[in-house]
Write a new protein. Sequence first.
Length: 402
Amino acid sequence: ALPALAAASTAQKALAIRTAAAAIRTRCDALLAANEDDVTAGRAGGLSAALVDRLALDAGRVEGIAAGLDTVAGLADPVGDVIARWSQPNGLQFERVRVPLGVIGIIYESRPGVTADAAALCLMAGNACLLRGGSEAARSNAVLLDCVADGLREAGLPAAAVQMVPAGDRALVGDMLAAHGLIDVIIPRGGKGLVARVQAEARVPVLAHLDGINHVYVDASADADKAEAIVINSKLRRTAVCGSMETLLIDAAAPKALKRRLVTALLDHDCAVRGDAAVQQLDPRVTPATPEDWDTEYLDAIASVAEVVGVDGAIVHIAAHGSQHTDSVVAEDAAVAERFLARVDSAIVLHNASTQYADGGEFGFGAEIGIATGRLHARGPVALEGLTIFKTIVRGSGQVRP
């Protein structure tokens, strides 16, 4: 299927994706029924509350999936974009042009929306994809895959361009990781165990992040109302997403009233707080933090909180304990904010904004296929451009190298 996709027009690819979105809306009831069966089976099988939250769909989430596809269909097609042009004195003309990555393998758990997002992004960037969703979402994924296949057929593209690797046989994951020369890139989306296995075993290039140990640093110059809103949203809007704040860092020079307000707000929102000695003095409900807490991705209503000495103290703490995913500074002092943004070596850094914005849709990408924290090819939310690579085209007029 890959050559047909690589040659497909922007209009063909957009038609396939929009038709898939329409099919998802038309089959909403069937999708919700399948998802209810998945959720029931998952709970019976002991699936954690965080994974159930990622698995569960409702009418609003289904519409969100379909709307995400419509957005992707309306994005600029990166394939064929000329990134740069230049020439040499010998008359050779050079162009660097975006091309698809090829066959992309995506291994993920629980979240059925990944099926639609991954298919749409891969298709728009001219890639074929092999999806390996978790067995807990098998019924939901099957309905979504049928919708994608409808879209491909409507656009005159091969339905085989998006395929689902059976979820029941765990050995197939190992087969995908070893498929050098058949799969061009592997993208894992799921828990730490899955991503760690992929990164350890893959003989295929990997785009991924392992942990989302994200920080919000509240500077002494922060606006109190702004700081509270950002901290609560960063931690509690959805605790199970990779952009959730896990550690709050507060400037030791901040007013005591601001420190207490932030800690109390978390506790009053039913978030457990594990703090250092200074933070424990702010509210008797705070429990002592252990050394492990600073390196823990809770994905739950739990936050570790520490006092640090200014922005440099925050930068040092994040360098020691962060996962280079997403970190935010809350400050009205522009110099403090710029120092944080320049010195914190994470894929996403924010000023006066919630870490929950770590999402391709919120970046204007329509959807994302994952967030990468590595240093090669793509970093941060991986969307259309991140699913392409470039080749260099050289045009000559008979030149030979002396």
